[in-house]
Design a protein around this ligand. Sequence first.
Ligand code: G1P
Length: 287
Amino acid sequence: MKIRKAVIVAAGLGTRMLPASKVIPKEILPVIDTPAIQLVVEEAVASGIEEIIVVVAPGRTKVIEHFQPAEELERHLEERGKHDILEIVRRPNKLARFTIAEQAKPLGLGHAVLQARDAVGDEPFAVMLPDDIFDCPRPCLGQLIEAAVAREAPVVALLRVAHSEIPKYGIVAAKTAGERLFELTGMVEKPRVEEAPSDLAIMGRYVLTPDIFELLAEGKPGKGGEIQLTDALMALAARRKLYGYEFEGIRYDLGDRAGFIAAQVGFGLKRPDLAPRLREYLKSIVS
Ligand code: G1P
């Protein structure tokens, strides 16, 4: 099994980050100075991905512009000999090959992934949700790919969450299958705490096999009237073994205001150019 393509779903309306996301797609909002979607693409490339398919809402092409040359800006920097900044500006263009798929209507995550069917074709692929950003010793997607290759099977990222968080996620029923590895026997999209089969939540990284597409195409609206990826995964688990991998590392939820701030602080404290001042500042205000 070789995973060459990743689908990044960037078609949401970003309602949880309004008003910031009114004009700017939320995937362009930065973690410090880098758009969230660039961090996701960097994670994909570090995990061996060569081609990125970005699913966008109609007209929301700003997300992809970030990975295209900015001629005027580049000329300006070149003329002034600002080669280090030029390198930073050009970096996104060189990361991977990009394709766009449009989701005409916001009919759910599963429906968004289905729009990438032609671009993916008949091979296993990754799905990445840019609300979820990771700080891991090895790229989160890479950890999943390793497990998927070892088992020749689809794998989703798992994280144990507090009970109060359970209704925000797809929650799995699972049995241990190895170190950090679970065989998934059931899953529910955003259950009430009383209905949840466990506290293991699906995070926004998936390695999938192309047979998921026909299940998505047959899929009926589920939770919230949307075509849910979780429902198609449940159907997939009835056909073949499906695994969950409790990844090693930290995850930030950029789709949540507090998570967005936590990511700025967490990543800031890892940056040698920022950490000393940031630490001082945090000390001065938290006491
Ligand atoms: C989606 C999935 C959910 C998963 C979550 C991870 O939900 O539907 O199963 O747990 O991503 O972030 P969303 O956050 O898009 O509502």
